[in-house]
Design a protein around this ligand. Sequence first.
Ligand code: BES
Ligand code: MN
Ligand code: ZN
Length: 488
Amino acid sequence: MVSTVPTFTVSNATAKATATAHGMTVEQLAKDSSLATQASQNGFEAKVGQTLSTTGIDGKVTVAVGLGQQDKVEANTVRLAAAAMARSLKFHKEIATSLATDVSDSLDIKDAVRLDIKDAVCAVVEGAGMASYQFTSYTKAKPTNLKKVIIAGSGAAAKSGLSLGVTSVNAVCLARDLVNEPGGSLTPTEFVKRARSVARSAGLKITVWDGKKIEAEKMGGIMAVNQGSTHPARFVMINYVPTGKAKPKASIGLVGKGVTFDSGGLSIKSGQGMMSMKIDMSGAAAVLASMMIIAEQAPKVAVTAYMPLTDNMINGDAFRPGDVFTARNGKTVEVLNTDAEGRLILADALSLASEAKHDAIVDIATLTGSVTAALGPKISGVMTNDDDLFARINAASDNTGEKVWRLPLPEEYRKFLDSGVADLRNIGTVSQGGALTAGLFLSEFVSGAPWAHIDVGVGAMADSSEGYVTKGGTGVGVRLLADFVSSW
Ligand code: BES
Ligand code: MN
Ligand code: ZN
């Protein structure tokens, strides 16, 4: 649990709150003549995430939070508004807000808003909670004084939105903590410790393979990448099985890249290029954290999480450009660039997941810089051989506000991966379209199930805080994967 995130309650009693925040659409502002002058003097137009603060003679603060145009209000608007609220009232210890009831179907903007109270409360908690996060393991500086947020509302639906929201925030914060932890301290064994604690508190079964077992299981890609490291690799699996006698509706495999630090190996990165490479386990963090939410939502589908964990280092025994290894599915790979390491550990994990006869396999990874060259830092690339699976991921993207865009797996590029000495090489002969050749590489290790690959690129880390994203690890993919599974 992260100390900078406030606690949330649903109640109509405002208790000790010294500030109150309410939502305001562009249309509502236009009607409000008493606010008009003050609003225009402060440049407040009720745009999404804008705030306008007034202090009464009793010292109590009231904040209007912009919701934008009423017919465009959706869950993500509420998340952004709640984030702006939390940021603007961060010096208050306890605040109250009507944001959830403002946008849920009871109020006068109801024709515009498709949110029910459960989703509205959940969105308020998510937005305010995620915006209040800071990585505090190595600093005493606290960005916020906010301890308690009282969300106006009542009833079972509001309570259930509250508990979903809190779990969602805790999961995103867990992933951010993992991503923000330096590569020197978040080794594979430390990741395993945290995974065990997540599994224990969520009541999920966890299996951990050590280096010997990884070798016995013929995971040649993980072994190749781990060869240059003093920290042994680990392979973690976590299972969620729905309770009850009915057979699960489906079985899903989630696979996350867990490179705890990527130096590039002998194909070494530049100093600049390495600076952020503690984030290279963001895929595994997203998969692990999403299992927390899945356990709470308890969908009627079975889920197995697969997390290959190693760093990519360069001691005297490091794998070399030109080396060939055999992956778990028997295919041989010529490694021409040791910095294209994520696909090598995913190859083994995807092969194993393919043996489990899942109805769908989804992997998530900080796989290429190339995907960010194409889509920028806030949109993840999705490559898949299955239109229905893409539709499900796209729906989860709409629900969570985590943006994705589909990229192709062009058959005519497969020849860029032809090797003279092995079944395939690990980088394309053509350097452009690197996200696509990476996706094509992975496709060689999947069989028998619809599969999608999510390349988050640089999106795992933010350079600055904005909306509900905070500087550093973003927790990208956590809510997306959980929603994808829970909506099945
Ligand atoms: N982890 C990196 C990709 C990456 C870079 C993610 C920057 C986020 C920010 C990955 O292992 C990598 O090094 N990819 C190379 C592949 C290339 C050698 C074919 C890349 O994208 O440059
Ligand atoms: Mn790399
Ligand atoms: Zn990497």
